[in-house]
Design a protein around this ligand. Structure first.
Ligand SMILES: [Fe+2]
Ligand SMILES: [Fe+2]
Length: 307
């Protein structure tokens, strides 16, 4: 059974990371529709605001409660997030909730678990689950329509599938927290590594596919990351079936090294986009989004390493 303080901290840290991720997925979907799909665009906007409001309330509860490691990891915001949001706002004309980024800059760690916090966190979790049910249905419907050629969108089908998997993982984690399930980090490590290694590999493929065809040097690097993470996914899946502890430790080290390198690549790409030095159809906020997901995976890998 999960302790009260761990329940509170893990819930809030999950929303700070995944709540923003969902808000941005809604935005990426919103920017990809054609004028025909006005209804879907409106729905994406509603979900974006819904997750934004959830994040806002989470920030207020999380101050003085979350861990130093989580804040320092760069999975909530990075040094590029605000600038990436402003530039993305400028490109799309869609106003983003930059006040949340400003508020997150001021978040502090601590152990200020006041008495009513557990009840408030439980309500926040239930609200997140309702929003997640809606976004999961929404993404599934879009994916189905795209796959049977009923809809055209500028988002790749693999990207829609990818963001659907991320939503399902978030839902799964919150549901487990709600049942006060104490996660067995050892048993969990291999499956989490398989999940996030696949995510990292797909990010490399998206970056590859959204770069201008003349950016040969960059897409060769992205291709190599794609291959490297594909191998790591196979190894992680094999490790899920094995019981030898040594195997998993080596794999965690390999995943950590590869993810640190792809994080550097994503940071440089974000910087290059912000400085207008890369030819692409990548929104700066998408680059920063993938950078935060790498930071999140690195934090998980460091926890697995210590187990
Ligand atoms: Fe994502
Ligand atoms: Fe992702």
């Amino acid at each position: 059974m999960l302790s009260r303080t761990e329940y509170i901290r893990q819930s809030l840290e999950s929303h700070l990371f995944f709540g923003r991720i969902m808000m941005e997925h809604s935005f990426f979907l919103q920017t990809g529709f054609t004028p025909r799909d006005e209804k879907q665009s409106k729905m994406a906007d509603e979900l974006r605001i819904g997750f934004g409001n959830l994040l806002e309330d989470c920030i207020a509860l999380a101050n003085g409660v979350i861990s130093r490691d989580a804040i320092a990891s760069g999975e909530f915001i990075t040094k590029y997030t605000l600038e990436a949001e402003k530039m993305t706002e400028f490109y799309t004309g869609i106003p983003l909730m930059t006040k949340l980024t400003q508020a997150e800059k001021c978040l502090v760690a601590g152990n200020d678990f006041h008495p009513r916090l557990e009840m408030k966190v439980s309500a926040l979790n239930r609200r997140a689950l309702t929003l997640l049910d809606r976004i999961i249905v929404f993404k599934s419907n879009i994916l189905n329509d795209v796959l049977c050629c009923k809809m055209f969108t500028l988002n790749y089908p693999l990207l829609i599938e990818h963001i659907l998997r991320e939503a399902k993982l978030y839902r799964h984690l919150i549901q487990r927290l709600q049942s006060r399930d104490n996660i067995n980090i050892r048993r969990e490590a291999a499956s989490q590594e398989a999940f996030w290694n696949q995510i990292m590999g797909e990010h490399a493929l998206f970056i590859r596919g959204l770069l201008d065809p003349c950016e040969e040097e960059l897409f060769n690097i992205a291709d190599r990351f794609g291959d490297e993470f594909e191998e790591l996914v196979c190894e992680s899946r094999n490790a899920m079936d094995r019981t030898m502890p040594g195997d998993l430790e080596d794999l965690t080290d390999e995943s950590l090294a590869a993810t640190r390198r792809i994080r550097e690549f994503k940071a440089q790409a974000t910087e290059g986009l912000l400085e207008c030095k890369i030819r692409s159809i990548i929104l700066p906020l998408l680059a920063d989004h993938t950078l935060r997901e790498a930071n999140h995976f690195i934090r998980l890998l460091k926890i697995f390493d210590k187990r």
